[in-house]
Ligand binder design. Structure first.
Ligand code: PMP
Length: 408
């Protein structure tokens, strides 16, 4: 039998999809499961965007587009990304992709070489594709621990300590998956002041949740002095306009855009033509639905955080953005006799019918930071109320059975 490559055999994944299969399997067997696993808006794409796609189909927009995307969308995305960040971005610095996700690999592939020890620093916990793509692309993953005491930002000293002459790229993600944390102006200024001493390091600013921010204005590191040229800004349509399945993202960088175009030619050829016209309407059309979705997420954030903080053994910080809550369940694990967050997650699924992800799905647990689980609160109010009530019952019900010595 021919073998598969080590690269393929060892390729990481988004464990959300693995847990999702587990949840679906139980649901198929008739179990009543409330799921907080899926990281996508629970809204339909706005009607004006749907109409734009239908129009594009009827008008015969069926063929390939340039690999960089249609000019109209590049221009609109450049204006939009620049306006939000208070910077000037030129259309030829923007590349349209099949979602924002492929730009993670394109960026790593464009600034590191395979197997020579080039290092990429990425947030931990973090979107699991960062680590899996760093490894698959033959670079060395260097995890940067996030700190609950800093609202899940990292300590700049931790960044400084991880920079070596081999560091090629720093991945930032704000608002952040899975913690909902944000990097505010002060955090970003501290990061920028470190990076100014290391002019050869690129920055990948994953800003896919830029419009789902609940306090203050969005700040991008690209807007700080000396940072623009070295920063790859990544944003897209998925989260802002409830368009995850349409697969449209955009990335910008003045030096790397031509490389990204070449990667797109080598992979997807171009992003889906019809969807590009839909994304153009999403950017240029009325924004009231996007704003209504954001307000709805904010209400649900406030609901889930207040309910979680009433569950015995659970403390939950108020996330500043995205649609994730990342409660600390260290004490709840102890109360129910679960060895860690993963056992807690599994038992909550089988005993309480509540599906969440555990911290280990987002990287190795950070020493000293305790146990966490992730809720995506892109779920209905009723699901949030019933789901957290079930969780509270699960913890209280099992806590009674813990013997004083901690053994069940
Ligand atoms: N970055 C982060 C942090 C994400 O959470 C996601 C989606 N879950 C993406 C990128 C990819 O988004 P897209 O649908 O645009 O590929």
């Amino acid at each position: 039998m021919p073998n598969i490559s080590r690269r393929a055999a060892e390729l990481g994944t988004e464990n959300a999809f693995v847990v999702l299969a587990e949840v679906n399997e139980r649901a198929r067997r008739g179990k009543d499961i409330i799921s907080f696993c899926i990281g996508q808006p629970d809204f339909a794409t706005p009607a004006n965007v749907q109409e734009a796609a239908i129009r594009a189909i009827r008008e015969g927009k069926h063929g390939y587009t340039p690999s960089a995307g249609i000019d109209e969308l590049r221009e609109a995305a450049a204006r939009y990304m620049g306006r939000m960040r208070g910077i000037k971005i030129r259309p030829d610095e923007v590349v349209v992709g099949t979602g924002a996700k492929p730009f993670i690999a394109y960026a790593i592939l464009s600034v590191t070489d395979y197997g020579v020890g080039d290092e990429v620093i990425y947030p931990n916990p973090g979107f699991p594709i960062y680590e899996s793509q760093i490894v698959a692309c033959g670079a060395v993953p260097v995890a940067l621990p996030l700190r609950e005491a800093r609202e899940f930002a990292f300590d700049p000293a931790d960044l400084e300590a991880r920079i070596t002459p081999r560091t090629k790229l720093l991945i930032l993600n704000s608002p952040h998956n899975p913690t909902g944390g944000i990097l505010g102006r002060r955090d970003l200024e501290e990061i920028a002041s470190i990076l100014r001493r290391h002019p050869d390091i690129w920055i990948y600013a994953d800003e896919i949740y830029s419009r789902l921010l609940y306090t203050g204005d969005f700040v991008s590191i690209a807007s700080l002095p000396d940072m623009f040229e070295r920063t790859i800004i990544s944003d897209g349509a998925s989260k802002t306009w409830a368009m995850t399945g349409w697969r449209i993202g955009f990335a910008s960088n003045p030096l790397l855009a031509p490389q990204f175009v070449r990667w797109v030619t080598n992979t997807d050829s171009c992003a889906p033509h019809v969807c590009q016209w839909a994304a153009l309407e999403a950017i240029q059309g009325p924004q009231d639905e996007a704003e209504a979705m954001r307000r709805s997420f904010l209400e649900r954030r406030d609901l889930i955080v207040s309910l979680l903080n009433r569950v015995p053994g659970v403390t939950c910080r108020t996330p500043g953005g995205a649609f994730y809550a990342w409660p600390n369940v260290t004490e709840a694990c102890r109360m129910v006799g679960a060895a860690d967050s993963e056992e807690f997650r599994k038992r909550m699924l089988s005993e309480a019918g509540v599906a969440v992800l555990a911290d280990i799905h987002f990287g190795a647990r950070v020493a000293g930071e305790g146990q966490h689980i992730r809720f995506s609160y892109a779920a209905s109010r009723v699901a949030i109320e019933v789901g957290i009530a079930r969780m509270a019952e699960f913890v209280s019900g099992n806590a009674g059975r813990v013997k004083p010595d901690g053994n069940r």
